[in-house]
Design a protein around this ligand. Structure first.
Ligand SMILES: Nc1ncnc2c1ncn2[C@@H]1O[C@H](COP(=O)(O)OP(=O)(O)OP(=O)(O)O)[C@@H](O)[C@H]1O
Ligand SMILES: [Zn+2]
Length: 482
């Protein structure tokens, strides 16, 4: 661990497969790697692990750039902007992998294996029956050249296996989980090149990290078990071994890890619902990572407060309530004009509902009651739709509040509103005097009649938006409803 602190130019990376839209688990991993780099004044690399061609259509690559940019992450090297260790797309690095396979073959640290899937299944069945953990037994380890040629002559395309030492232990440090020891004998010789010539995930991934100068690998816990194999590969190739930090996976409501394959809620979904990137960043940064500060932090503060030591080992769950908390704080930081811009960023009917010239008054009145643009739409309808009380969407509690006022209250409220010329203070003061009601029993029925709800923005701010005509119409039509 101490060794890590001596790393001068920290370089971290995010290395997704472009096989679907980024979900929150991916996004948090990317964010942590980015924060680690930015907090240390280091560099951040984006690399596309696109060797699963069937599952990597171009739309996902484009979406990945867009989603990371929306979240506010930037990268110093990547597929779209190049860099000293390019290409940053694995499919364009196949020749590089061939070179390293050649080195391992020449050093006899790798060998071709001609076993068929049936052979391997039979081997596993025997091991299982004997109560042993399945691993490759090394059948093709000692084939000589003649034997290999004979097998190749049968048209068998071999995989390439890494020769794992038979004895000894491998210590694998991890900055979240601490050091773990692995008995090498238990690993078995593993596949580093598939029979179609494509690289196994952990081979290309480890080689690329080394060649790209990545010295902190921050990734999901799903890769924890790959680490010993990757260290063995790097040591055999005399390539530098990075520091590793494995993040607990984010789980969905079903308790299963979020995964692109299973169509987990995507970053895109949050974007289209109207969450602000700064809220998502603050939420994700605290999901499994402790910050001393409880307020909304800007990127500089998020980065400087980030420390791998503060990553928790407990699995995280996506909690919409927490996200809304950060959304609320993020919205508070926007000016009224900024808020209006956010509300109308996506096409929608809000512009049609809010009359020209009243936009800022509307935003100022309702801003504390808005989490998502859809909430604003609801308030716009309540304020500006030309509808009688009967047509308002009402909550149960509002109906109860209305029923508490006597029938005589409504014509009185309407008359006094007209006499006050729409001045909220004068209106409610006079109404209090003449009706004998005060406090909650005065204001609740009014709020319920004017908005259909028992909660919401200051009535004083809403009244000018609702306007005299609509307000009178609603007060007048309440008794029809009761
Ligand atoms: N549920 C999760 N929680 C946290 N990190 C995750 C989760 N799933 C994947 N990751 C991390 O996201 C990064 C990108 O991984 P990858 O692109 O393979 O995502 P994936 O969701 O596992 O996709 P797929 O379903 O196609 O395997 C990796 O570092 C991986 O460990
Ligand atoms: Zn074999």
């Amino acid at each position: 661990m101490a060794q890590y602190y001596t790393i001068m130019n920290l370089k971290s990376r995010f290395a997704p497969s472009p096989t679907g839209y980024l979900h929150l688990g991916n996004a948090r991993t990317a964010l942590f790697a980015w924060l680690a780099a930015r907090g240390a004044g280091g560099n951040f690399v984006l690399r596309l692990e696109d060797t699963d061609q069937a599952r990597s259509p171009e739309i996902y690559e484009k979406a990945l750039f867009e989603d990371l940019q929306w979240l506010g992450l930037d990268w110093d090297e990547g597929p779209d902007r190049g860099g000293p260790a390019g290409s940053y797309r694995q499919m364009q690095r196949l020749e590089i992998y061939q070179k390293y396979y050649g080195l391992l073959l020449a050093a006899e640290q790798a060998y071709p294996c001609y076993c068929s899937p049936e052979d391997l299944a039979a081997e596993r069945a025997v091991q299982k029956a004997a109560g042993k953990a399945p691993r490759y037994g090394g059948r093709c380890r000692h084939l000589n050249d003649d034997q290999r040629q004979a097998l190749a002559a049968q048209g068998i395309q071999p995989v390439l296996r890494f020769r794992v030492p038979d004895t000894g232990m491998l210590n694998v440090p991890d900055r979240v989980w601490g050091e773990r020891s692995y008995a090498l004998a238990a690993l078995g010789d593993f596949v580093i090149r598939r029979s179609d010539g494509s690289p196994a995930f952990f081979f290309a991934n480890a080689v690329d990290d080394a060649l790209m100068g990545v010295n902190l690998v921050l990734r999901g816990e799903d890769h924890l078990s790959n680490t010993p194999r990757q260290i063995l590969i790097l040591q055999a190739l005399q390539l530098p071994v990075p520091a590793y930090a494995h993040l607990p996976l984010l789980l969905g409501g079903d308790g299963q890890p979020l995964s692109k394959r299973h169509g987990a809620a995507s970053l895109r979904d949050l974007q289209s619902e109207g969450y602000l990137p700064v809220a998502v960043r603050n939420y994700l940064a605290r999901l499994g990572h402790h910050y001393a500060a409880s307020e909304l932090l800007d990127d500089a503060a998020l980065a400087s407060g980030f420390a791998v030591e503060n990553i928790s080992r407990a699995p995280g769950h996506f909690d919409p309530v927490q996200l809304q908390h950060w959304q609320h704080l993020a919205l508070q930081e926007l000016t009224d004009a900024g808020l209006w811009g956010w509300l109308t960023a996506n096409p929608g009917p809000l512009r049609d509902w809010v009359p020209q010239g009243q936009e800022m008054a509307f935003v100022a009145a309702v801003r504390a009651n808005i989490q998502l643009p859809g909430d604003a739409l609801d308030w716009a309808r309540r304020c500006f739709a030309d509808q009688a009380f009967v047509a308002l969407a009402k909550e149960e509690a509002a109906l109860l509040a209305l029923a508490e006022a006597p029938a005589t209250f409504w014509p009185l409220a309407e008359r006094l509103l007209q006499e006050s010329a729409g001045d909220y203070r004068i209106w409610t003061k006079n109404l209090q005097q003449e009706s004998g009601r005060k406090g909650k029993s005065l204001f609740m029925p009014l709020r319920a009649a004017l908005t259909g709800l028992c909660h919401g923005p200051e009535l004083a701010a809403l009244l000018p938006l609702i306007g005299m005509e609509r307000a009178c119409e609603r007060l007048r039509t309440v008794p029809q409803y009761l």
